[in-house]
Design a protein around this ligand. Sequence first.
Ligand SMILES: Nc1ncnc2c1ncn2[C@@H]1O[C@H](COP(=O)(O)OP(=O)(O)O)[C@@H](O)[C@H]1O
Ligand SMILES: [Mg+2]
Length: 166
Amino acid sequence: MKNSVTICNSIDETHLLAEQIMRQLKGGEIIGLTGELGAGKTEFVRGLAKTIGAMEDVSSPSFILQNIYRSSSQNKIDTIYHWDLYRVAASVDLAEILEGKKKTNSLTLIEWFEKSPFLNKSLDLIIEIKILEPTKTVVPNPTTVLWHDACIRQFTIRQEHRVCRC
Ligand SMILES: Nc1ncnc2c1ncn2[C@@H]1O[C@H](COP(=O)(O)OP(=O)(O)O)[C@@H](O)[C@H]1O
Ligand SMILES: [Mg+2]
């Protein structure tokens, strides 16, 4: 996969990007997601889960560490492991647990991967998400003030050059 920068103007565009990225993956990849709270890390994972036809609800696994989404049909990638390290102590070494996930027909997404310094060598791809407008903008209205959610997100995709596992 090539390094790239993509602007997504809506949730649908973010889901479309997730679908395009999914098509380029082989299976077994470990992907780090970074970006402030509300940037769209979980929304991006929701797009990936939709691509494999997963039936489970997608939400940030902040307290339980891992959510699992399984494909409802035949897919090259049939399982998505969704991690969130927001509340995980930096001293916990998760690299060993991740080793077992590299050879399967699965995909592992890790929100807040930067919280664990041990993970750097385990990642295949880093996706950085930025909000390009303030989260809320005021829409003038004759009777009231409406708050409008800004939807523009910038996705920077960076391939990590760790040792080949072929
Ligand atoms: N283009 C977009 N891409 C992703 N999320 C968006 C976009 N526009 C609006 N949103 C909204 O922003 C919020 C992002 O929340 P979430 O994905 O939980 O963030 P994070 O996991 O990074 O904390 C969601 O409410 C989502 O619907
Ligand atoms: Mg999240």
